[in-house]
Design a protein around this ligand. Sequence first.
Ligand code: DC
Length: 231
Amino acid sequence: MNVPVITIDGPSGSGKGTVARRLADVLGFHLLDSGALYRVTGHAGWLAGLDPTDAEGHAALASQLDLRFTTAADGGEAILLNGVDVAPAIRTEEGGARASAVAALPAVRRALMALQKSFAQAPGLVADGRDMGTVVFPAAVLKVFLTASAEERARRRYLQLKNKGLEVDLRALSKEIEERDYRDAHRAASPLVPAPDAVRIDSTALPPDAVVAEVLALAESRLMIHGGPGH
Ligand code: DC
């Protein structure tokens, strides 16, 4: 099956989640938030009392996740793990750190591969993460690598958390983000690196709408060349 896939990779706070969601909406494509799968795996491991370095334990959990992405009563996201909404729990800084730790385990990455690939369904998929264009969907029709300065990424995350009513220290947050990005970029298994054929976009001074417009223009021209959805 030749389903068009658009990949958006980049570090935390680069805006890839927002851009991927809007792009999927506009194109009517499915959406894969691969970071959520690592977050859920980390969370499931924590619930099961696993040590964060337990590769086999986490891989076993990752290979049999009972997961459903849906909408919460307030219109926000709901991620049902065994029927229970874990979205609020996995979207914390702790959830991010746990995800980053289990994402460094090759057995976990292997265990999540089939699930990630299963999201490629007609009419198309927008996949956001760290290794979407390099490892999971190397034949993607368009690969975007989205970046932003470290300061701007920390500022965005700070505002996000503040909007949720959480008290956060910008300095501590910057340090956490830097540490997580370093770990994600320097691990041996599927590190965060741009695919050689990725289009790089720096969103530091760009609002999400401008990034979406740029990616959409690229996507439309690529999809036309490659026959587009349904052709
Ligand atoms: O995108 P995010 O912040 O929700 O991702 C959480 C963690 O999961 C991040 O620190 C790195 C990891 N991750 C990964 O290793 N590979 C992916 N494709 C997506 C996320």
